[in-house]
Write a protein that binds this ligand. Structure first.
Ligand code: FEC
Length: 310
């Protein structure tokens, strides 16, 4: 039987492949405005601190490959072909859509490697993909908005937190707090009823409930250094608050549930900044492995894509 070919547009943030990419990449994040030399130097310093470049490029490609493979194993009606479309560096979202069309594809499903929907994040990816599809014409695309409550995704984190807890001596488990974090966004998103904060809260509550957590909290990380107010509490302030509480927490487990791979924001903002603060206050830092290409995580993405055909 001839299987219909479906384009799978895997959209992700993107990262500089080499040092020379930092300036154009950061300029693209700033919508074409070159950041100051000081800001560029600060970003270069952060990449340097995690080894020069981020593992994100490799991980995003590996996630797309694993998803394509899983989708083609799970059903035999369609043949999925994955295309990477990045937000701030090549291959750009628009180029990926064009490539699908050039390859003779007339229908695609787009999914962003970001679980929670915001007008600022997922919608920005989707708008660009849909705009390009419309320009091409005779090309349809189903765009997935969010998958933050997909059961395999929740299960991935439930198991990760439980595994981490199991490594903590039993008598110290009630002195353990789990911090669920996600990228902060400018507070102005709240004006239009953006669902982002609620979806993140829901993810955290589902994981906490299914993992039977005694103590957990939610905080925002990696806020931009702009003049606008950003969603809070910031994770560093939240760590200080936890140390001031009556409960004496010893272990701090960080779950950056808004991200899906090991990258700068996790390796630097969590593993460097949060770890340094926790340890300076006398606590012990833990951070489970990110979803990366874990089979449960890839299953979560595959189920989300297949649901669009029901
Ligand atoms: O290279 C790497 O390993 C890290 C890639 C990376 C990911 C990522 C995810 C998200 N961001 C989100 C929102 C914003 C907003 C601004 C912003 C700024 C930066 C900068 C770098 C950066 N982001 Fe990012 N983000 C990653 C990297 N992000 C680098 C610029 C320097 C800095 O401030 O650190 C503010 C823009 C501005 O300045 O006007 C807003 C959100 C996510 C999670 C969803 C997603 O992945 O799409 C939301 C990965």
């Amino acid at each position: 039987m001839n299987q219909k070919k479906i384009g799978l547009l895997v959209m992700a943030y993107g990262t500089p492949y080499k040092k020379e990419d930092i300036v154009p990449y950061y300029t693209a994040i700033r919508h074409g405005h070159r950041p100051s030399d000081e800001q560029i130097a600060d970003l270069a310093r952060r990449y340097e601190a995690i080894g020069g470049t981020s593992p994100l490029a490799e991980l995003t490609q590996a996630q797309a490959n694993a998803l394509e493979k899983r989708l083609n194993e799970q059903q035999s009606v369609y043949t999925f072909k994955a295309y990477l479309g990045l937000k701030y560096i090549h291959p750009l979202i628009e180029d990926a859509v064009q490539q699908m069309h050039d390859d003779g594809i007339d229908h695609a499903v787009s999914i962003a490697l970001a679980p929670h929907y915001s007008r600022f994040s997922v919608q920005a990816y989707t708008d660009r993909a849909q705009k390009k599809a419309e320009e091409i014409g005779e090309f349809t695309m189903t765009s997935i908005k969010s998958w933050y409550d997909q059961p395999h995704f929740i299960d991935f984190w439930v198991r990760s937190v439980k595994d981490q807890l199991a490594k903590i001596p039993e008598e110290e488990r009630d002195q353990t707090v789990v911090l669920f974090t996600a990228h902060s966004l400018p507070k102005k998103i709240l004006k239009n009823g953006d669902p982002y904060p609620d979806q993140i809260r829901e993810t955290a509550e589902k994981i906490a409930d299914q993992a039977n957590l005694l103590h957990y909290t939610q905080a925002w990380q990696s806020a931009g250094k702009t003049g606008d107010p950003w969603l809070g509490p910031d994770v560093l302030n939240q760590i200080r608050t936890l140390f001031q509480q009556e409960e004496h927490f010893k272990h701090f487990i960080f779950c950056p549930i808004g991200f899906v791979a090991e990258h700068l924001e996790v390796l630097f903002d969590n593993d460097r900044e949060c770890r340094t603060l926790v340890e300076s206050l006398g606590g012990i830092y833990h951070r489970p492995q990110m979803p990366d290409t874990h089979p449960l995580f890839i299953d979560a993405l595959a189920s989300t894509v297949l649901n669009t055909f029901e």
